[in-house]
Design a protein around this ligand. Structure first.
Ligand SMILES: NC(=O)c1ccc[n+]([C@@H]2O[C@H](COP(=O)([O-])OP(=O)(O)OC[C@H]3O[C@@H](n4cnc5c(N)ncnc54)[C@H](O)[C@@H]3O)[C@@H](O)[C@H]2O)c1
Length: 211
């Protein structure tokens, strides 16, 4: 990540994939420009926030013209590393893990699960949706060989910390954690925690209080 990108606020950075996906669709349908009002309607972010976000990218919309779709797309592609595919490892090929392996992430962005790990002997040596499954003993060697530094964690809660420690030793820099475990790792490793129960609770809260 370069210095310019570091200056983008966290909340703005999180909205980038949303903008990127919508602009890509616009571009494929031949649209050259878009207003912040149209964007706002499509991605459900208010237009003042969109204008502020875009000003961080040096994209200043012109009155009566809007934003240049291709300029924004090329900026997002660079920022989100869309020019190269990011390969990812998945640990824990159970209900959730198997669903992710079947889901083709590359449809909307260039991330791809390349390898998976489990401890269940009946799964090891097999493939799901073309992704090979190895024993967790092979995490270090396989990740190093494949140059992977991002992992998705879908193991039972009790296995989360030891597996995360192993991922740290394997040089992983980012973990998308679907388990309820709070992981303790070096501050150099970025952990994003996705807790469906919390998301659902927050949805219900906002429905009740802000609808
Ligand atoms: N299923 C869901 O809808 C859901 C939703 C939100 C969060 N989660 C969380 O995601 C995680 C996985 O859920 P699930 O429903 O897929 O569970 P699951 O029991 O179906 O799958 C867990 C998988 O991890 C493997 N495993 C066990 N110990 C391991 C280890 N030490 N190393 C590597 N693999 C190991 C198991 O063999 C199994 O294949 C859990 O922590 C759960 O709380 C699940």
């Amino acid at each position: 990540m370069n210095q310019d990108q570091l200056k983008i606020p966290h909340a703005t950075a999180k909205r980038l994939p949303l903008y990127y996906r919508f602009l890509k669709n616009l571009s494929s349908s031949g649209k050259q420009r878009v207003s912040s009002a149209e964007l706002s309607e499509a991605v459900k972010v208010d237009s003042a926030t969109i204008r502020r976000d875009f000003s961080y990218f040096g994209a200043l919309g012109k009155k009566g013209y809007g934003y240049n779709v291709n300029y924004l797309l090329s900026f997002f592609r660079k920022t989100l590393n869309q020019d190269e595919t990011t390969t990812v490892a998945l640990i824990g090929v159970g209900n959730l893990g198997t669903a992710f392996l079947h889901y083709n992430f590359t449809k909307n962005n260039n991330t791809k699960i390349e390898v998976a790990f489990d401890v269940d002997e009946s799964k090891i040596g097999t493939e799901i949706a073309g992704v090979p499954i190895y024993h967790t003993n092979d995490i270090e060697s396989e990740l190093e060989k494949r140059g992977i530094d991002v992992a998705i964690l879908t193991v039972p809660v009790g296995a989360a910390q030891p597996i995360a420690d192993q991922l740290e030793r394997a040089g992983v820099k980012g973990i998308l954690n679907f388990t309820p475990a709070r992981l303790t790792l070096s501050s150099e490793i970025r952990v994003h925690h996705i807790d469906l129960a919390v998301e659902l609770q927050s949805l219900v809260y906002f429905m009740k209080n802000y609808s």
